[in-house]
Design a binder for this molecule. Sequence first.
Ligand code: SAH
Ligand code: SF4
Ligand code: F3S
Length: 437
Amino acid sequence: MSKKYYILTFGCQMNENDSEHIAGILTQKGYERTDNVREASVCVVNTCSIRENADDKFFGNLGDLKGVKRDNPDLILSVCGCMMQQKIYVDRIKEKFPYVDIIFGTHNIADFGNILDEFIEKKKKIVRVPDSSPVTENVPLRREYRHRAYVSITYGCDNFCTYCIVPYTRGREKSREAVNILSEVECLARDGVKEIMLLGQNVNSYGKGLTEPCSFAELLRMVSKVEGIERIRFMTSHPRDFTDDIIEAMASSDKICKSVHLPFQAGSDRILKLMNRHYDRAYYLGLVKKLRERIPGITISTDIIVGFPTETEEDFEDTLDIVRQCRFESAFTFIYSPREGTKAAVMDGQINHETSVRRFKRLVSTLEEEISEGVKIYQDTVQEVIVDGHSKSDAGTLTGRTRSNKLVNFTGTAETGDTVNVRITKPNTYYLFGEQI
Ligand code: SAH
Ligand code: SF4
Ligand code: F3S
């Protein structure tokens, strides 16, 4: 019987993609995947540090793993990801969770195979967390889905938004050479992948430090020529770096999905400045207008933070105003969470939790009103959907995504990975319901 591995992933798509590489490395070593940690010989927990509630979940999990390790002392317990790039977490694990065998970081995923070998040989705890690394190519990969795939195009972030930990956990922004990205996409297409998601903290600034200069717009044009790929998505876009050239590239190819994830974070100019976002509300609203004019039918999703230090009722009203003006397709909303080591964490005027929660609730209800109004346009339309599988809550229902990245649950007979047409019979706030035709 072959040995098994279990991976638990927190956080964003970058982390999911990293976990696919860890799975690839373990697969190459002859391990098989399991979803039951009690069957595993290797367990990897890939952590996220973006907000405080991520910390609580992680330490809860690590506590639960103590029992698993007690029943199976041979289990190799490894922890990696964004938290491990911060000394406070590594120290806390060493002290409070001594049964963790391997700690590694975001910069040495490619080295995990060697680290594991070393541990198996010496049976001594390994803590290895470098601060940076060059871009590594050809790291094994075991994809989570057959018909869609993540393709990382940049790593790290140079923006230093004052609330955000990512520049500290992922290091300076680096881009992969376009030839390497293209050959990966070609390979995926040959493998039957229909949809790719180009990933980076700020894909629009793709191209820093390349030997062969290439902008994000040029990369989009090149990728859209790859035969077999039906849909190209990308995230995240920083509003500041959304050039006209990128808009033109989007408009010029049917394969590039007409949807963008464009976080605005806050609606008040004063707060945006304190956040170090490098744009103001007029610029953001102008960009949304331009996108809608040049790419009719484009859908826009966003991220919003409430309760940033010093945020007043008036500032918060400015956020609601953007929500009312932009008709977002969907939005991720967050209560500001101070992260040690960031500028905002030591700013005066931290907002008390009750105030933030009150604003958060108002924001969510405004969004729900707007979104439920907006989705009415889907009623009785026919949408092209790529099927992701059966719905988690109801095995009789299929689930998939439209070109605009809207979740659709529907009745039908299609298989995972099929591209089908679905008539929308009932648009809901968070998903559309329909029937396959
Ligand atoms: N690189 C992307 C997303 C990074 S993290 C971007 O620039 O948009 C995803 C979202 O988490 C951010 O857009 C932001 O809305 C939220 N976020 C990041 N740090 C946060 C913090 N300290 N508190 C609350 N929300 C935060
Ligand atoms: Fe964080 Fe800002 Fe970079 Fe996004 S752009 S990862 S929010 S610092
Ligand atoms: Fe979390 Fe790191 Fe992503 S902090 S959101 S896993 S880049």
